[in-house]
Design a protein around this ligand. Structure first.
Ligand code: SAH
Ligand code: SF4
Ligand code: F3S
Length: 437
C-alpha cells in the first residue's frame, strides 16, 4: 500500500497531529492522493460534541460500503474519537483496520504499512492516561506553508465537568522546552512565518515539571528565535493565566495581540457546576487587567449554552457578559452530554429546542457586536500576513492581522507568505476588506 489520504476533524491539535502524520508518511515514500484513490484513509477525529462523532461515523459508513466491494480503502481511525469509541467502530465497520488514541501516534506510520485485509485490526489505545508514544517528527508537510502549530502540552488535568478531553487525551504532560524550540527552529528554517503554540491550557505548561520554567519563559524563548515573524498561542485558561505572560507580550511586539480566554458561562452558579475555578467577577477583572496591559489586544472566547440546570436567569448572565466584554469572536456551542463526564449525569438536562433558541439569541447578539466593532476599523491601517485565496471573489486573497482578524484584499498567489500593509475599506460581521497602502 502506498497511497494515503488524511482528513482532519476537530481542533488545532488535530491539525498538528494530521500534519505530522502526513510528514511521516511522505518520509516513508507514501503518496498523498484524494480519498477516492487512497489505499488507506486516515481520519484524525474529535469527540468534543456528539455531532463531531456522528459526522465521522457516517463518513466511515461511506468508506465501509466501498471497502466491502473492493477491499479498499482501509480506514485508520486516530485521535480522540478513536480513543473513546474506536473499538466499537472497528466492530461495526470492517474497513476500520487500525485504531490509535492521540497519545500513541508514534506507532501509526509503521502500523499503516502493515494493514492488510486478512489480519485482525490493530489497536493502540491510551489505556494508561500517562503513557505517551509520540510521533517525533516536525510537521514540515503542512496544509499551510506559512503557518504551523506546535503542541507544548499533552492532555489536560482540569476536568471541567462537561468536557471529554481529559478522558481522551490523558493527563497533563509538558514537552521538554528544548524539544519544542528545536521543532520551532526546524519550522522557521523551512519558511514558516507564524507559529501557534498549542495546549488545552497553555498556562499549565511546566507545572508538572516543577523546575520554575513555565509558559511565560517558553513564550519568551520561542519569540527570541531569529526569523520568526509572528508567534501565537492557544488556549488560555482564566484560572491559570498570569501576569508574567502579559509582561512578555509587552516586551515582544512579534507575539500576536490575540488571546482566546474561554469563559464558558456568565453565571457564577453554572461556572461552579462546570468546575471552571473562577467567578464572572474574577473573569471580568482579568479582562480589565489584560486590556490595561495590552490596549490593542483582541479577545476571543468560548461559551456553552444549555448546560444542565441553566435557567433563563443563568443564560441572561452569559448574554450580559458578552454585551459587557464585547469579544472579537465568540465560539458558541449547545451543551452536548458526553458519556462518563460528571455533567452528563446531572439533573436538569435542557431540552434541545431551548438550547437551540439560546444559541440563536447569543449568536445574533455576537454578530451585532462584531459588526459594530469591525465598522470602527474602516480607515484603520494594519499589516497582514497573506496566506491564502479568499473564499469568494476572483483575484482576491486573505490574510490576518496581528490581532487575528481576517482581511481580504486584491492579490494573487505570489503574495502568499508576505507581510502586506493594508487600509480597511469595508467591514462585515466576520471579515474586513482592504486595499494595499
Ligand atoms: N481547553 C479549552 C477548550 C477545549 S474544548 C478550555 O478550557 O476552554 C473547546 C470548546 O468546546 C470548549 O471551550 C467548550 O466551549 C466546548 N465544549 C467542550 N465540551 C463541550 C460539551 N460537552 N458540549 C458543548 N461544548 C463543549
Ligand atoms: Fe476541557 Fe476544561 Fe481541560 Fe479545557 S480546561 S480541555 S474545557 S477539561
Ligand atoms: Fe476534539 Fe480532541 Fe480537540 S475532543 S477539540 S480533537 S482535543
Amino acid at each position: 500500500m502506498h497511497k494515503f489520504s488524511i482528513r482532519v476533524f476537530g481542533c488545532q491539535m488535530n491539525s498538528y497531529d494530521g500534519d505530522r502524520l502526513r510528514t511521516a508518511l511522505l518520509h516513508q515514500k507514501w503518496e498523498e492522493v484524494p480519498d477516492g484513490e487512497a489505499d488507506v484513509v486516515i481520519l484524525v477525529t474529535c469527540s468534543i460534541r456528539e455531532k463531531a462523532e456522528q459526522k465521522v461515523a457516517s463518513e466511515i459508513g461511506r468508506y465501509d460500503a466501498v471497502y466491502k466491494r473492493k477491499k479498499s480503502p482501509a480506514v485508520a481511525l486516530v485521535g480522540c474519537m478513536a480513543q473513546r469509541i474506536g473499538r466499537e467502530m472497528a466492530k461495526k465497520f470492517s474497513c476500520v483496520r487500525l485504531v490509535s488514541g492521540p497519545r500513541h501516534l508514534g506507532l501509526v506510520p509503521q502500523a499503516v504499512t502493515e494493514i492488510s485485509s486478512g489480519t485482525q485490526p490493530r489497536f493502540f489505545m491510551d489505556d494508561d492516561p500517562r503513557a505517551l508514544l509520540d510521533l517525533e517528527v516536525a510537521p514540515t508537510a503542512r496544509t499551510n506553508p506559512f503557518k504551523a502549530y506546535v503542541t507544548i502540552t499533552y492532555g489536560c488535568d482540569r476536568f471541567c465537568s462537561y468536557c471529554i478531553v481529559p478522558y481522551v487525551r490523558g493527563r497533563l504532560q509538558s514537552r521538554a522546552a528544548d524539544d519544542i524550540l528545536k521543532e520551532t527552529r526546524t519550522l522557521i528554517d523551512g519558511g514558516v512565518k507564524e507559529i501557534t503554540l498549542l495546549g488545552q491550557n497553555v498556562d499549565a505548561y511546566g507545572k508538572d515539571l516543577n523546575d520554575g520554567y513555565g509558559f511565560a519563559s517558553l513564550l519568551r524563548d520561542a519569540a527570541n528565535q531569529p526569523g520568526l515573524t509572528r508567534l501565537r498561542f492557544a488556549t488560555s485558561h482564566p484560572k491559570d493565566f498570569d501576569g508574567d505572560i502579559l509582561e512578555v507580550m509587552r516586551e515582544r511586539p512579534d507575539i500576536c495581540r490575540a488571546i482566546n480566554l474561554p469563559v464558558q458561562s456568565g453565571s457564577d452558579r453554572i461556572l461552579r457546576e462546570m468546575n471552571r475555578g473562577y467567578t464572572s467577577g474574577q473573569y471580568l477583572a482579568l479582562v480589565d487587567k489584560i486590556r490595561g496591559a495590552l490596549p490593542d489586544v483582541s479577545l476571543t472566547t468560548d461559551l456553552i449554552v444549555g448546560f444542565p440546570g441553566e435557567t433563563d436567569e443563568d443564560f441572561r448572565a452569559s448574554y450580559d457578559l458578552l454585551r459587557e466584554v464585547k469579544f472579537d469572536i465568540v465560539h458558541t456551542a449547545a451543551y452536548s452530554p458526553r458519556e462518563g463526564t460528571r455533567a452528563a449525569m446531572m439533573d436538569g438536562q435542557i431540552d434541545n429546542r431551548v438550547k437551540a433558541a439560546r444559541l440563536n439569541e447569543i449568536n445574533a447578539l455576537q454578530s451585532q457586536i462584531a459588526r459594530t466593532a469591525n465598522e470602527e476599523y474602516v480607515g484603520a491601517e494594519f499589516e497582514i500576513l497573506a496566506d491564502g485565496l479568499a473564499p469568494r471573489g476572483e483575484g482576491k486573497i486573505q490574510g490576518r492581522t496581528m490581532t487575528d482578524k481576517v482581511v481580504i484584499i486584491p492579490g494573487c498567489e505570489e503574495d502568499f507568505g508576505k507581510i502586506i500593509p493594508v487600509r480597511i475599506t469595508r467591514a462585515s460581521h466576520w471579515s474586513l476588506e482592504g486595499e494595499r497602502i
